[in-house]
Design a protein around this ligand. Sequence first.
Ligand code: ARG
Length: 458
Amino acid sequence: MDSPSRSGVFQASTDARLEAFAESISFDKRLYRQDIRGSIAHARMLQANGLISESDLSAIVDTLQQIETEIEAGDFPIRLELEDIHMHIESVLIDRIGDVGRKLHTARSRNDQVSTDARMWVRESIDQVDALLLELQRSFLGRCEADMDVILPAYTHLQRAQPVLAPHYWLAYVEKFQRDRDRLADCRRRVNQSPLGVAAVAGTTLPIDRQMTANALDFEGVTANSLDTSSDRDFILESAFVLSLVASHLSGWAEEWILWSTVEFNFIKMPQQFCTGSSIMPQKVNPDTLELTRGKSARVMGNLQTLMLLVKNLPLAYNRDLQEDKPPLFDSFDTIIAMLELAIPIVAGSQLQRQAIAARIEEGYLDATTLMEWLIKKGMPQRTAHHAVGAIVGQAMEAGVPLADLSLQAMQQHAAEIDESIFESLGTANAVAAFTSYGSTAPDQVRQQVTSWSERLK
Ligand code: ARG
C-alpha cells in the first residue's frame, strides 16, 4: 500500500528502498503521547471554529484515546509505508471512522505537527533532567555537614595547590549544576512556544485559533512567523547544547573521582554496587560507572555536532533533513538521564578515606601561599614575598619536611620579618582557617554557603 501522503498527482508507487530509507517510525514512535494530545487539542479547536461538527469531534477524540491505550499496551502494528508516528496514528483513525477521520488534518501539516510534538517532548524531558540535577545537587549538599572536618588538597595543573574543606569541593559541583539548571529553564522558555497552526509553511486560509491550541497544550505563547517556525530547530539545538555542558560537568567529575579512587590518591571509596570486577584479576574493584559516564559524554557532545551540521545549510523552511534531528535529540536526553540516575547514589554513598587523606595532607606545601600572604600582611611586596617563600619551600623540600617543621631561624634567613606567630598560620588546618575572602574556602564562608544552598534546594 502507498503512503496517504501520496496524492492523486502520483502515477508510480513508492520504491521499497525509499520506504525503508525515509521511515522515522522506528524512532519517532516514542512521540505518540504528544502526537495524540496535540491532535485532540487541534480537533477541539477545529470544532470550536465550525470546521468540524460536535459529533465529528467526539468520534475523533474517542478513537484517538483508544489508539493511545492500544499503543500503550504494545498493540501497534508498524507499516513502513506510513513513514512516521503522525501518519500511523492518522491512518488508524481513518481506518476506524472513515471520512470523519479524514477531517483531522484540516489546517495542519506534519511540519507544524512534528514541531509541536517535539516541543512537548523536549519540555517534559527538560523537566525530568532538571529534577535529576536537583537530586544530584542534594547528594553533594547532603555530604557537606558530615565532611566538614575533612581538608582536601585543591589542585591546579593537577599539582597540589592550596588546602580546602571537602564541602568546598561539593559546593563547586552544586554551582555548576545550578548553572545547568538555569540554562535549562531559559531554554525551556523558547521551547515552550506553540508552532501548531503555521501549517506547512505559510499559514492557512481557514479560520483557526492558534491561541486556543496553545493554551490547551500548556504553551506559553504562539510563534509569530510561519516560515521561521516551519524551519526552526533552535529549541532542539539549544537543549542539546545545555545537555552537552551537563555531560562535560559529569565527565569532569567522573574523571576526578576515578583518580581519587586509585591506590595512588586513595581519597574516596565508591559504593560497591556501582563498581565492577575483573574477569582475571581477583583484587579489582573498577569504577566502570564513572568511566562510562566520561565515555558516554562524548556521545552527547557528538549529538550536538550532528545537529549543528544538520541545520547549517538549510534554506527556509521545512526540509526533510530535519527528520534526522530526533535520534541525536533522544539519545542526548536518554544518555544524560541514565548518567544522572547513577551519579546521584554514587555521590551520596561514597566514603571519603579520611585516614589516607590526613596521612598525606601535609605533603605538597599547601600552606606556602598562606605564608606568602602572611608576609604581605607584614608589608612585604608580593613579588618579594613570593620569591622568599619559594626559597623557604626549597629548603624544606631539601630537608624533606613540611614548612611547619622548619626552624624559625631557617625561615628568617629568607625573610627577617618572620616571628614565632608564623606557626599559627602554618599547617593545612591553620592555612584553611586563615582564609577570609568571599567565595573562599574559609570555614565561615563554606558554612554560610551550605546554609544558603540548604535553603535554595529545599
Ligand atoms: N517525519 C517527519 C519529520 O520528522 C515529519 C514531517 C514530514 N513533513 C513532510 N513534509 N514530509 O520531520
